[in-house]
Design a protein around this ligand. Structure first.
Ligand SMILES: Cc1cc2nc3c(=O)[nH]c(=O)nc-3n(C[C@H](O)[C@H](O)[C@H](O)COP(=O)(O)OP(=O)(O)OC[C@H]3O[C@@H](n4cnc5c(N)ncnc54)[C@H](O)[C@@H]3O)c2cc1C
Length: 277
């Protein structure tokens, strides 16, 4: 097996197009999969590529390079609208996993239980994809993750960055995760919320996303619409607010249990997000 570790993006993209290397960042999803016999001919480690390494704050928003780790997200100085994402970062695996695992790897792996997806959906994230042949394209996150372990990434593309438009001023955010134990655990269900209240304390902007209850995490559009004008402390989550979900029964919990959990998670996440803006 060849191990390539380029420092410039162009070289990495040419190699990928020519020999279809297996792209690796932290390797926390790739290497466990290799233990089950999926060994690639060549590995393309993207963690030394300059263009992928930083978080950049720009006028239009924030660009998170694809090699940025969960730990780097936790330590970055970001607006309160990113508190939910930071909370999710602290819940991914353990400190060791957070030190090498990347937020981009979490998206490309496309697990329904990926903790990064719901908070990024509430931040209206878009992904930047680059190829040697076609240059750069930008896709909304909802159009990037297509199903369980399925993304819109072409064989010759690298996810180079995640773009987040400047969040509404004064918006707060929160993340709720339930696993079968407190730490180092895959989510049974998780909920992210981004909330902004007006001068009277009523919700004026609401974004809520739920993961591990459908093949791809989803924004709860009906709930979001109904939240506008409500007091966060009086929010009621009704079954029809969650009708987009299709939670499965598995070893970690039944579909019915998952629905019960997310009803409570929504209430808590909305109330917490409303108080940290
Ligand atoms: C012990 C353990 C605990 C874990 N706990 C959690 C958890 O609690 N929550 C959770 O969500 N996840 C968890 N994970 C999964 C994993 O740590 C995360 O999904 C992590 O964010 C993956 O990032 P990575 O950089 O290690 O990805 P990698 O393993 O390097 O790559 C993952 C996938 O993305 C592709 N890829 C990576 N970067 C790029 C890129 N820039 N462009 C194109 N393709 C790319 C790879 O080819 C691969 O298909 C856990 C894993 C382990 C081993």
């Amino acid at each position: 097996m060849t191990y390539l570790i380029p420092t410039n993006l162009e070289g990495a993209l040419i190699s990928l197009a020519q020999q279809q290397d297996r792209v690796v960042a932290g390797g926390t999803d790739v290497y466990p999969a290799m233990m089950q016999g999926h060994t690639p001919k060549s590995i393309l480690d993207v963690t030394r590529i300059k263009e992928l390494m930083n978080i950049t704050v720009m006028d239009a928003g924030i660009r998170i390079g694809a090699a940025v780790t969960w730990t780097k997200i936790v330590k970055a100085k970001l607006p309160t609208a990113f508190d939910g994402l930071k909370h999710a970062a602290k819940e991914v695996g353990s400190i060791q996993i957070q030190n090498v695992g990347t937020i981009a790897g979490n998206l490309c792996n496309a697990s329904p239980a990926a903790d990064g997806v719901p908070p990024l959906l509430t931040l209206d994230a878009r992904v930047e994809l680059a190829s040697a042949a076609r240059g750069v394209r930008i896709l909304p996150l909802q159009e990037f993750i297509l199903g369980v372990r399925k993304t819109a990434l072409a064989f010759d593309e690298i996810l180079t960055a995640i773009h987040i438009p400047t969040p509404p001023d004064g918006a707060g955010s929160a993340f709720e995760k339930l696993g079968s134990r407190k730490y180092l655990v895959i989510s049974i269900a998780m909920t992210a919320a981004l909330i902004k209240c007006d001068g009277r304390g009523l919700i004026s902007e609401a974004r809520v996303a739920i993961g591990a209850c459908s093949p791809v995490a989803l924004r709860m559009t009906q709930l979001e619409a109904n939240l506008i004008g409500s007091k966060p402390s009086e929010v009621e989550i009704l079954p029809n607010h969650l009708s987009q979900l299709s939670p499965i029964d598995d070893v970690r919990g039944s579909g019915g249990f998952r629905l019960d959990i997310v009803q409570e998670q929504c209430r808590r996440a909305i109330q917490k997000a409303a108080t940290n803006g």
